[in-house]
Design a protein around this ligand. Structure first.
Ligand code: FES
Length: 182
């Protein structure tokens, strides 16, 4: 049902103050016409304030949306150039009859010191990807997950692994331990 609460019925017009005819001809209370009553209002200023409020609103909206967009769109992966040779540590870190795993580019490499002879092979077992270790009491590279055994040069001795361990080069340069691609 339509809302007639603002309808100027003759009965309501009677209750309004002043010249009733003026209400329907653009006049405003106080006896002034609508144009006269707007004199002095600075429309340029109102326009500026409206734009300023809109600008602040847009700024706040961008600030709120930025983290959401950053979360949804993953950052571009930085291209890390692979190095052919890396100083991974000190030679003293791998004394005789020990092994130590180092990061070489994206790979994990185990450096083995088998009685003074250095070798380096992938530290990732070719069976299901567990990390291997040097087992000094057996002189083998050993995977504890399913008992794979490799020689210090990565060749298979026994176990479920389908492939030998990938080989790398290793050398001592001064005090440094240097791994390079084979
Ligand atoms: S993951 Fe190494 S033996 Fe299974």
């Amino acid at each position: 049902m339509a809302n007639n609460s603002s309808f100027k019925s003759p009965k309501r017009l009677d209750s309004l103050p002043g010249d009733v005819a003026g209400y329907s001809s653009g006049a405003v209370p106080g006896g002034k016409t609508r144009d006269v009553s707007l004199e002095g209002v600075d429309f340029d200023r109102r326009d500026f304030l409206g734009k300023a409020v809109g600008g602040i609103g847009a700024f706040v909206a961008v600030g709120a949306l930025y983290p959401v967009v950053k979360y949804i769109i993953p950052p571009a992966e930085k291209e890390v150039k692979e190095q052919d040779e890396i100083v991974v540590g000190k030679a003293s870190e791998v004394p005789p009859d020990s092994g130590k795993i180092y990061q070489f580019n994206k790979d994990k490499v185990i450096v083995v010191n088998n009685g003074g002879k250095l070798s380096a092979v992938s530290a990732v077992c070719t069976h299901l990807g567990c990390l291997v270790q040097w087992k000094a009491d057996e002189n083998v590279i050993y995977c504890a997950c399913h008992s794979a055994r490799y020689e210090d040069n990565g060749q298979i001795i026994s176990g479920p692994q389908p492939l030998p361990l990938a080989q790398y080069n290793v050398r001592v340069d001064g005090d440094d331990l240097v791994i390079s691609k084979a």
